[in-house]
Design a protein around this ligand. Structure first.
Ligand code: NI
Length: 200
């Protein structure tokens, strides 16, 4: 698989963590195009908005991130397919997967929870399962231990079709905005789930 190695990579990563007494300490960082990712902030936001966020029939824009930027390169040719396999796994059964992209240190996706086991799956449970499975696989592959993903997640509800289109464009152009490729279609780790592939 093609991968635009190195374009803007060093600059993107510098400052993602700081070295102190020989140990890497994660510091908050933002996605280049502006979504805030501060450990803990997602869960606080979610608590206050849960009644609004989790209702039947809603689609969500979800972002989850490496706990530590240097823990892994998610856009690696052996790691990205693990994440993509996990995203597709329950597509059409527990949720509908729409657009997604796997970036070097985070993942963006649009997902619509489906009724399963008598009720619509909370988006939090879906993400917990995806994060749990991928963390085990990736940790095993890299021979590492400990949390791979930041606790919690960033998510927000998709309000309408226009919002969906804007969000999908944000997802697809993320690798371009990050300086990794010249055009969205050159990034090998973006895609859509069954729902969209069947519709088009
Ligand atoms: Ni991003």
């Amino acid at each position: 698989m093609f991968r635009a190695k190195g374009i803007g990579l060093a600059g993107q990563r510098a400052g993602g963590y700081i070295e102190a007494t020989g140990r890497s300490i994660c510091v908050p960082h933002t996605c280049r195009t502006g979504f805030l990712a501060r450990p803990g902030s997602a869960s606080i936001m979610l608590k206050s908005r849960r009644h609004y966020l989790e209702y039947d029939g809603a689609s969500y824009f979800v972002t989850f991130r490496l706990a530590c930027r240097n823990a892994a390169d998610l856009a690696d040719g052996t790691i990205a397919p693990i994440i993509i396999r996990a995203l597709h796994h329950f597509d059409g059964e527990r949720y509908l997967l729409y657009d997604y992209t796997v970036m070097p240190d985070h993942v963006h996706l649009i997902v619509k929870p489906l009724p399963y086991d008598g009720r619509v799956q909370p988006v939090g449970r879906i993400m917990q399962s995806i994060k749990g499975w991928t963390a085990r696989q990736i940790n095993q592959l890299l021979g590492r231990r400990g949390p791979l993903w930041q606790a919690g997640r960033y998510d927000r509800i998709i309000r309408n079709r226009h919002d969906y289109e804007e969000t999908a464009r944000y997802i697809w152009t993320n690798p371009v905005a990050g300086g990794f490729v010249e055009a969205a279609e050159l990034w090998p780790w973006s895609g859509t789930g069954r729902a969209l592939s069947e519709a088009s």
